[in-house]
Design a binder for this molecule. Structure first.
Ligand SMILES: [Zn+2]
Length: 79
């Protein structure tokens, strides 16, 4: 479970990208924190990066396929 201290740094969003799931190696449309909804592992992805390949995050036999879902999206400021 992702943690935070100051709720003022987060804003609720209902954007559809939070509902999508991604496979290992997929290019992510949004930088931020992704959670594997099968095992609970969480990772941070920078802008323009891809999700880790299958061999970086492995499930024990029988657990099922890795499925990443965006849980916190980082937003760039236009300075
Ligand atoms: Zn997993």
């Amino acid at each position: 479970m992702a943690l935070y201290k100051n709720a003022n740094f987060l804003k609720h969003s209902t954007h559809a990208n939070f509902d999508k799931t991604y496979s290992p190696g997929d290019t992510t449309p949004d930088p931020g924190i992704y959670k594997c909804i099968v095992c609970g592992d969480e990772i941070g992805i920078a802008k323009g990066h891809t999700l880790p390949p299958q061999n970086h995050h492995q499930h024990r036999p029988g657990l099922g396929s890795i499925k990443w879902q965006l849980i916190v999206c980082s937003v760039s400021a236009s300075c």
